[in-house]
Design a protein around this ligand. Sequence first.
Ligand SMILES: *Cc1c(COP(=O)(O)O)cnc(C)c1O
Length: 454
Amino acid sequence: MPSVEIKPALDAQLAARLRNAQPALWTNPARQAHPPAGLQALGRSISLDDTKAAAARWERFAGLLALVFPELAETAGVVESPLLAATALQPALGMGEGQGRLFIKADHGLPVAGSIKARGGMHEVLEFAEQLALQHGLVQPGGDYRVLATPAAREVLGRYQVAVGSTGNLGLSIGVVASALGFKAAVHMSADAKEWKKDRLRQRGVLVVEHAGDYERAVAAGRAQANADPLCHFVDDEQSFSLLLGYSAAALHLQKQLAEAGVQVDAEHPLIVYLPCGVGGAPAGITFGLRQVLGPHVHCFFAEPVQSPCFLVQMLADATHGAGQHPSVYDWGLTNRTEADGLAVPRASLLAAALMGPLLSGVFTVADSTLFAQLVLVLDTLGARIEPSAAAGFSGPAMLTGTTAGQAWLQSSGVEPVLHNATHLVWTTGGLLVPDAQYQGFVQRGRAVLAESA
Ligand SMILES: *Cc1c(COP(=O)(O)O)cnc(C)c1O
């Protein structure tokens, strides 16, 4: 590992901004242009082959998914989102001439789950179903998985339970796909989970267990209950390889979409990706995939709420003390309170953090008021409906061009001289299923913020 040097003055400034819940940018001095093909985390090594295996699993299940989810008939069971040009939004984000082109990866419209959680959450349930189906002889390797929709197969899967702890969106994804495949499903929700998400799950026959504490408490409670039951599979958002690899498969699809859109990725044409981050599994999985597939000239930044920068404080701890620490945002005097409920996580996934050490370019934080304002800008310029969590990435370009830390990174990364050729890709991670009344409330708050700053 390269030795880590942090300029003391900058570091103190960053620490002060973090503590004061002001938007801040940290860039990763340990990023490697050419990381090893296999990366270690939690005692296991993963590589591009694992990402390809996840993509192949999605393909094996496509026929079944098209059968059990009417909304997937159109795409023949493929759960994917478009890559959209977002040039119209550039001026509103403060992107001047010569600062590159803006795209969005529209996971806010991902079918079935309505968020990026479709990628990881559905993949893990599919992997569990596949394991059981082979074990019970319900399918043969290479066979047609549509037999899993038959009553006989569903009866077998129905003996098992899938459980998860969630702030909301992961629970939605797991609960919906598990119940659709015939599993029993239990979702342990934190106090900040939205009521409509609980209602939606209950309507699907999913057991919703409410916990008074935060996301971490909900996960711990779910994990304990599931460990006591041999027929229960617990989806562990803090340490699941299956989730992470499900997310990573997005990279293979995006690679094709970039090629179709005529977007090159090389030294002259960097790709900068901005990913909203909660516990870190989704953005780390995608970053892992993108770095394997696209190489050194894709730069990934995570975006977190100013009150919940769990990944940033984890990366800072790793950079200053080495591995072994697991700080929470409470340790920094922060509240973990944010309207970006998908990102309201006090402590990062150590799996995600370990993998990101050599891969990630940086992490920045965003105020809730900015999320609401940008949610409105996205509606007005692109007509897209996103939830507050999904707006976190839109501060990325200005964070790089308009802050001292960002400008220093542009210089040191070699992006600055070719910024005019850069592609900025903001990952919009959720929104499709947000009820209209809730969404209108977000829009009102965003319009108020915009009116105030006008
Ligand atoms: C969960 C979630 C994320 C982040 O995923 P993590 O794996 O928790 O980091 C981002 N956006 C939305 C809308 C989410 O629900």
